[in-house]
Structures are given as structure tokens and as C-alpha cells.
Design a protein around this ligand. Sequence first.
Ligand code: GLU
Length: 323
Amino acid sequence: MLSPTDRVPVCGRFAPSPSGRMHLGNLFCAFLAWLCARSENGRFVLRIEDLDTGRCRREYAQILEDDLRRLGLDWDEGGSAGGANGPYFQSECSALYTEALELLRTKAHVYPCFCSRADLHAASAPHRSDGTVLYSGRCRSLSPKEAEARMQQRRPALRIEVPNAAYGFTDARLGAYCQNLARDCGDFILRRSDGVFAYQLAVVVDDARMGVTQVVRGEDLLSSTPRQIYLQKLLGLRTPEYFHIPLLVNEQGVRLSKREKSLDAGALFARFTPQELTGWLAYLAGQLPRPEACTPQELCTVFCRSKVPADSIIVPDALLNGQ
Ligand code: GLU
């Protein structure tokens, strides 16, 4: 434990991908990340994760900022407001990611991978716990000559070899979590074959350069965290505190999908005032016994992390269908 004197000032962040209008799950994540940081008098950063330029759009980032403000959430730096630790749009950070990639090449085995999607999904391919395919290591031992020859045919992705070793951390909600990287994760991609840097690399570089000390995000990203810790260690970066928040599910226990139109920010703001919506978010987060209208600011003083539910959160029909 850190003593009060060597505590680093808290800095939280919200890191959405602007690939469409936010939905209830994104608002819930932004709300909790904001509350975690602000209730500790921390800074708050908005980072736009628009690496996938095919899916992400600037207009969506603008709407996203408007929706956050409408809900009553603010941030000290990032998004279109900029700040001292920019750029805050990942699409503008290629030089920084290239630099990190070059450093990783000196610390670990980073190699070109020519496998096609079909190669990766070969029938026998083992799967990770999150259902994605565990890489077989097929291109790991290509000789420089072979790799050179293949490069004439297709542009490779870049992968990093992972050790047969455990990487773990203590999640602020879920407790100890650990993966043996070779067994549970496999060599993973740092840069895709189309030149787009991978989320795993970008998130590590950006959280560090923005001084982020606490990462609050959906539990679906829990299994990414050991990979990120591995990269942090190789790059000599500090590991932030992680708080993975529960997923929102419907009454049947199925994760709410982005396609659920009644739950996109536009539909929610059409049915609820910002204060009513905040009341719902606070209720889902275990902070209020009933969904009573309030502001994020009012919740700051009463916010208690340990009240955030341990299991997935069932979104009641009243919120799904709105009245
Ligand atoms: N950009 C990711 C998303 O929208 C979040 C990444 C993170 O919080 O680490 O799902």
C-alpha cells in the first residue's frame, strides 16, 4: 500500500471508440470512470480511440463529447479540448506507437506474421477463454530469408512472442487475475497487416503518456490486461490500477447489444432528462436504492466503489423500454 505522502495524484480516463452513437454500456462506463476519478479529486482525460479509421468517424467523436456533457460529465483534457498530453485522438499518434514498437523490438521477439484469417481460424486452432483464436506460432520461426520472400507477396502483421510465464494483477472489483501468456493468450499482434496499430499497444502507450493512474472499463477487457501489463513491463512503464466494471445484461442474462436501439444515447436522452438518466446509472451501479434523478456532481461525495455489483447487472425493462 502507498502511504498518503507518496500517493500519486489520481488520473482517470474514458477511452471510447467513435464508431457510432454511444449506448447505455458506454455511458455507464464513462459515468463510473468519471466518478472513480472525481470522487478522489482526480484529473479526468477523454481519449478518442479511433485507430480503426475504417469504422471510426470524427462526427461520432463530436456527438460523443456532446452526449457526455449533456449527462453532466466533464474532463480536464482530451477530445477536441486538447491539453498538455496530446494528441488525444489515437489516429494522430502513429509516430508514438512506432517509437514504442521499435523499443519493443529491442526487448522481445517481434516478428512478421503472414497468416491469413483462414490460416488463423484453421479447424484445429485452440481458443482463448474469450473465444478468440490462440495463435499457433506458425510464423515465429521463419528465417529472415523466408520472411523477406513472403514480404514480396503480402504485407505482414507484426506479432510479439510471449513468454511461458504468468502475468497478473489485482483488479479493484474482481480480485486476483492471472494468465500464463503462452498458454492462455499466445503471441499477439502489435500492428495489423494494413498498418493499423493494435489496441493493446496503443492503450499502453497512451495511458502511460497521459499519466493515467486508474483504468475503469468493462469486464470484457479483463482478459486483455495481462497482455497490457506484459507490454508495460517491457517498455518500463508503470502499471495503473484496474477496476473492471460489470457488464449490462437483459432479463435473460444476455449482454446488451449495441444494436438495441432503445439504449443508444439519442434514444435515452429522448426518454429521460440527464438527471433521470444519471439516477438510473447510479441505481445500476449500486449507488442509489432507487433510480432517483440526480447529478453526477451530487454523487461524487457519496460514491462508494464497493457498492458496484459483483455480478453482471440486469437492466430492468423500465429502462430498456422507457417510461
Ligand atoms: N476503446 C475501447 C472501447 O471502446 C476501450 C479501451 C479501454 O478502456 O482500455 O471498448
